[in-house]
Every structure is written in C-alpha cells, then in structure tokens.
Design a protein around this ligand. Structure first.
Ligand code: PDD
Length: 284
C-alpha cells in the first residue's frame, strides 16, 4: 500500500493530511504577497492585489476572483484586531500526489496569515549593514513566486557576515535588488535617486514605486540604471525599500561605511515624505 511517514509516525497515504500534498510544498508552485497596515489601514492594497493577479496569470493559475481575495484579506486583518499588521497571503496551484505536471482537476489553495508588526525607529537612524551575494535566482523575478531558496541562501550568507540584507549581484556584475527588498542609491550632487529599471530580473516593488513618487514630489530626479557594487559604494547614500519596513538606510556595504555611517540627509527626507504620504492616504 502507499504509505507516508511524518517524522516517526507511519500512516497510509489515505490518512495523510491534505496540506502535505500541496504543490507549494514540493515545487514552490504558487505566488504570494505581503501587505502591511499603518494605524489600522492596509496600505496600497489595490497595488498589491494587482501585482498578485498578474503573478497568478503569469504562472497560469486561472479562475481566481481577486475581489474574493480582497474580502478574505480584509476579513482576516479585521479579525486580528491589529493596528500595525503584516498580512501574508498566498495561492498555490493545489494538492495532488507529487507529479511535475499539474493535474487538470486540482483546485488552488489560499492561505492568509496576519501577524503584528513593530517598527524599529532606531534602525531608521542607524541604518543597516548589507553584503553582496551572487544572484542565483531564476529568470522571472518579476513574478512573486514561492520559490525563494536563492533568496534564503543569500540571507543566510549575509547573516554570517553580520549583515541584515543581502544585495544580489547578477552575472554581469550589476546589482539587481535585495534578497527581499528594492535597492536605491543617492547622488547628492545631482540631487538624484538611482535604482535598477524594472524588468524580468527584479520584482516590481510597490515600495519602490512609492519611493519614486515621493522622490519626484520632493524635486529629486529619478535615474533608472543598473549599478555595480563599486558604483554603489561610491554613492553618497544607500537605502533599501520594502513593504514591511518602508525605507531603511544602508550605512555599511560589504564592510565599507557609507557616508557618515548614519542615515543620510536625502534618505531622511524621503523617510519623512513617506510618512507624509501615509498621512495623505489615511485621510482619503
Ligand atoms: N519581499 N524585491 C524582492 C525580491 C522582495 O522579496 C521584496 C519584498 C521586494 C520589495 O517589494 P515590496 O515593496 O512590494 O514589498 C523587492 C516581501 C516583503 C517578502 O518576501 O517578505
């Protein structure tokens, strides 16, 4: 008979909990989103849902009602009672016995997890250390897929070096993005922020789009170009951008101090602009 063993427990396949057969587990066959709330309001929900819908389409998980996803996300968030929350959700292609080719009759699985999120104002001032790592990911990093092994390995290596984010470097020697963040540099002389242009090699980060919006509003120019680590280190300021933390200054890059070793003035300005954007959004 077909059997399974979970740790030390032997059981017939027929008694195996369905969640052990999720294609997300075997193949990372699914897509996800992470949203956060500020003061009781989910931020950029429409943008996240639009990206989620696109990711689903790109991996051909069809027939999902995105309004139903919205309602489920809102309902879980409200149920949590958290004011500042991190809302993770994913859809996998479904459950079946392990076959690469998906069965015709499987139905997608949805999961949402809401947890409390705490801000760390000290990090916003002191900044973080980052270290570079080769970008070992696949060629469709624009899809927010569950396949994150390369990102995880890069983060483990960064952690060993005392860095809290890994900055991924492509085969051509240019920075793509952080293992779980967008990456920006600041040229104070040119009054410009620099970031890699969108493409299949990076995620279309929602926070990146917000940073571009507030930079332009603040009269900064936005230069979308790829940079090498050496060029990044030569910049006046560096920062990462991600939903869960918005803008975080990078004050050490591969062991080299950036600027004064504290949050730079333009990064500081953008952090304040971001707060203003949040106030604006919460009023509307
Ligand atoms: N990560 N690039 C990568 C590879 C990411 O995984 C993320 C986010 C970002 C920033 O995207 P956004 O601004 O839309 O959050 C960029 C999420 C938060 C995660 O995996 O937990």
């Amino acid at each position: 008979m077909d059997v399974a063993m979970i740790d030390d427990r032997m059981l017939p396949i027929s008694e195996l909990d369905r969640s052990y057969l999720d294609r997300g587990l075997y193949f990372g066959d699914g897509v996800y989103e992470v949203i956060r709330s500020y003061d009781g309001h989910l931020f950029a929900l429409d943008e996240h849902l639009a990206r989620f819908e696109r990711s689903l389409r790109e991996i051909q998980i069809l027939g999902i009602d995105i309004e139903d996803v919205r309602q489920k996300v809102l309902s879980a968030f409200e149920h949590s009672g958290y004011v500042n929350a991190r809302v993770y959700f994913h859809i996998t292609r479904g459950c079946q016995s392990r076959e690469h080719l998906p069965g015709q009759d499987i139905t997608p699985n949805f999961l949402v997890i809401v947890s409390e999120l705490e801000d760390c104002p000290e990090t916003k001032q002191k900044g973080i250390a980052v270290s570079t790592h080769p970008d070992w990911r696949w060629k469709r990093c624009d899809i927010k897929s569950l396949n994150l092994l390369a990102n995880v390995l890069a983060r483990i290596e960064a952690g060993k070096k005392g860095a809290s984010e890994a900055i991924l470097v492509d085969d051509d020697g240019t920075i793509t993005e952080g293992a779980s963040s967008a990456f920006f540099a600041v040229d104070r002389t040119e009054k410009a922020v620099i970031t890699r242009p969108l493409g299949h090699d990076i995620l279309s980060s929602i926070t990146r789009a917000m940073v571009i919006r507030i930079s332009e509003k603040a009269g900064l120019s936005v230069i979308e170009k790829a940079m090498t680590p050496a060029q990044a280190v030569g910049c006046d300021e560096l920062f990462i951008a991600v939903t869960t933390k918005d803008i975080v200054p990078v004050t050490q890059f591969d062991g080299v101090r950036i600027g004064s070793g504290q949050c730079g003035e333009i990064t500081h300005q953008l952090i304040n602009e971001f707060k203003a954007l949040l106030r604006e959004v919460s009023k509307s």
